[in-house]
Ligand binder design. Structure first.
Ligand code: UDP
Ligand code: MG
Length: 315
């Protein structure tokens, strides 16, 4: 039978946090009543998380495990959770207790009022480095400015989605995913609920700077052509500069001046234009690479179950 609520939890090396997280989630689910399923996605953990999840699933019948054959990344792990969730409302939450499970009833309250997307807004973040806090703040504001989709400020993936929204998102199979943008893009009735983001219960962040940068690039390229248009703006700017420079040089020459003779001027202008062109090509490359990835049409993720069922079918 379909459960009322599904909880999607991506897990990458969270063995220290899982028992505490499960305890708190169970408490919340128990208080709320109704039927629940907890979908843990093991995103290729290299610690004891998979074994612990199995042991937990043995004791708690609400638990289902989606087991990836390697690390595919947080956004893909959440996608796999959404793909297999059966609940009428689906909550996406991190396994490290940074998003407190105790906020889930508030999300459910919003859903019961008729909102189809209830996202949690970080009014405060504890236990983050100032660098992460500043870059995150800047990032959300920049993305808000340059994209057409109005992605709510300071929201992560912690949110509740109605089954209708999940059904729509399942049809969006893009590879470079920015789920909070996709959830904003689909529309429907949406509302935010403020909450305090806590410090990690245990362990270190699994989002190093490199992964954050990639997520930011995916967010920008998925929802905006602005970087591509930048080439046009830069082109006009350079052309305008050149026009002014030509006039100045002509006037100086007619006046008999010897300014702007020689190699240095040539070198500076060639390097400047070369730089501008390489940057524009790099930007183009970001988009072309993504088109290439989409064209390959590989599956978004591979689970152990997929691999096993294929073997038994003999293909
Ligand atoms: N995570 C994942 N795959 C990854 C990285 C992270 O499934 O490649 C999970 C991680 O276990 C956690 C959630 O995604 O449940 C958020 O990651 P994390 O807490 O490290 O990110 P932060 O909160 O520091 O931004
Ligand atoms: Mg975290």
């Amino acid at each position: 039978m379909k459960p009322e609520y599904s909880v999607v939890i991506p897990v990458f090396n969270e063995v220290e946090s899982l028992p505490e997280f499960h305890r708190r989630l169970s408490q919340v689910a128990g208080k709320e009543g109704k039927t629940w399923e907890f979908i843990f996605i093991n995103d290729g953990s290299t610690d004891e998380s998979p074994a612990l999840l199995k042991a937990m699933a043995g004791k708690d019948k609400r638990i289902r495990i989606v087991d990836f054959v390697r690390n595919f990344g947080h956004q893909i792990a959440v996608t796999a959770g959404l793909d297999s969730a059966q609940g009428r409302a689906v909550v996406v939450i991190d396994a490290d207790c940074q998003d407190p499970p105790e906020v889930i009833p508030e999300l459910i309250a919003g859903w019961k009022k008729g909102y189809e997307v209830v996202y949690a807004v970080r009014s405060e973040r504890a236990g983050e480095t100032w660098l992460k806090e500043v870059t995150a703040k800047l990032f959300y504001r920049m993305i808000f400015r340059i994209t057409d989709v109005k992605i709510p400020l300071d929201t992560g993936d912690f949110r509740l989605l109605d089954e209708k929204v999940v059904a729509v998102m399942r049809r969006m199979r893009e590879r470079h995913r920015f789920l909070r943008g996709m959830a904003a893009w689909v529309g429907f009735r949406q509302i935010g609920v403020p909450y305090k983001r806590h410090a990690r219960f245990a362990g270190k962040t699994k989002y190093p700077m490199s992964k954050m940068l990639r997520l930011a690039l995916n967010a920008i390229t998925s929802f905006s052509y602005f970087p591509l248009q930048l080439a046009t703006y830069l082109g006009f700017l350079c052309a305008a500069l050149a026009a002014v420079a030509i006039l100045i040089v002509i006037v100086l020459r007619l006046a008999g001046s010897e300014a702007f003779f020689g190699q240095a001027t040539t070198l500076v202008s060639v390097l400047f234009l070369g730089g501008v062109q390489l940057i524009c090509m790099g930007i183009l490359g970001e988009y072309v690479g993504r088109i290439y990835d989409e064209a390959k049409g590989r599956p978004l993720y591979i689970t152990r179950d997929d691999a096993d069922s294929r073997m038994s079918k003999g293909d």
